[in-house]
Design a protein around this ligand. Structure first.
Ligand code: RIB
Length: 297
């Protein structure tokens, strides 16, 4: 079984700031670093580092070739990434404050230039039982989900960043939702108002999408896994955060990567939680994702 992550590749410009810039304010940053990022690329690297045979599909411009090198160095197959000569790669402008929190401004660029014919070609390489991991930073998501669902791929959706496009997707095709509380509330809408605690949200999502397993991440409050057979409550590993960018991507990649390596859900949740904790102690997106031996050690 292999895993295809069809998702974004971004150049991350990370600015160290005292606080997030406010409306009308001009703020000098304390430093700039350029990292590989994009929720798709980060999750591919985490999947591969967690031991899964990983393929990344997406699109970049010529300026993003170093992103391919970063994926390949982490063991990810990049044959399905299109290099579009007339486009700029996607990028993110990230403010990273003194508490280690971030806020992100995205420019989609080539990430929004995925075509149906690219999707058809990529999916030819995958079979029933293979996993497909998606986020919300590329176009043609509905088409990818319909085609992959018809082929019997297991669909993992991380609906991040959350917006109204997610509600228009064929969500009944999803096998695993990997999401946080804000995303869960937005998917459930009205129904969520009375059920704002984690367990209530997970139950409501299970009711709405009965064939899907739900993984809800709650930051320092841990995470919950629920399917038709079991509920697992996972504690977060407390650490001093330096930069939380890509913590969720690391969690998703290690959880699914762990399952593909044969771990039970409980062990995969624990490993994902440890990996995410390590990632927030380091700067940047992709470079902060740990190796499996660091997570197991
Ligand atoms: O999840 C973190 C990622 O979000 C960053 O790497 C940035 O590129 C944005 O896509």
């Amino acid at each position: 079984m292999k895993v295809l992550c069809f998702g974004s590749l971004n150049i991350d410009y990370t600015y160290k700031v005292d606080h997030f810039v406010k409306k009308g304010e001009t703020l000098s940053s304390d430093g700039l670093e350029v990292f590989s990022g994009g929720k798709g690329l980060n999750q591919s690297i985490a999947l591969s580092r967690a031991g899964a045979e990983t393929y990344h599909a997406g699109a970049i411009g010529e300026d993003g070739r170093f992103l391919l090198a970063q994926l390949a160095d982490s063991g990810v197959n990049t044959d399905c990434v299109a290099v579009l000569p007339d486009m700029q790669s996607g990028h993110a402008i990230i403010q990273n404050d003194r508490e280690g929190d971030n806020c992100i401004l995205l420019y989609g660029g080539a990430n929004q230039a995925v075509t149906k014919s690219q999707v058809d070609k990529v999916l030819e390489r995958f079979q029933e039982g293979d996993f497909l991991v998606l986020q919300n930073e590329i176009n043609e998501l509905a088409y990818i989900m319909e085609c992959a669902g018809r082929k019997g791929l297991k669909i993992v959706l991380n609906p991040s960043p959350m917006n109204e496009k997610i509600l228009g997707l064929p969500l009944e095709r999803v096998d695993y939702f990997m999401l946080n509380q804000v995303e869960a509330v937005q998917i459930l809408g009205e129904e969520a108002v009375e059920k704002l605690d984690g367990e209530g949200l997970v139950e409501a999502l299970r009711k709405r999408f009965p064939r899907a397993a739900i993984v809800l991440t709650m930051g320092g409050a841990g995470s919950i896994y629920m399917d038709e057979k079991e509920t697992i409550r996972q504690q977060a590993y407390p650490v001093q955060a330096v930069d939380t960018t890509a913590a969720g991507d690391t969690f998703t990649g290690f959880f699914i990567g762990g399952l593909l390596r044969g771990l039970e859900h409980k062990a995969a949740m624990d490993e994902a939680s440890k990996a995410a904790a390590i990632s927030v102690t380091r700067q940047g997106a992709a470079p902060s994702i740990p190796l499996l031996k660091e997570v197991e050690g």
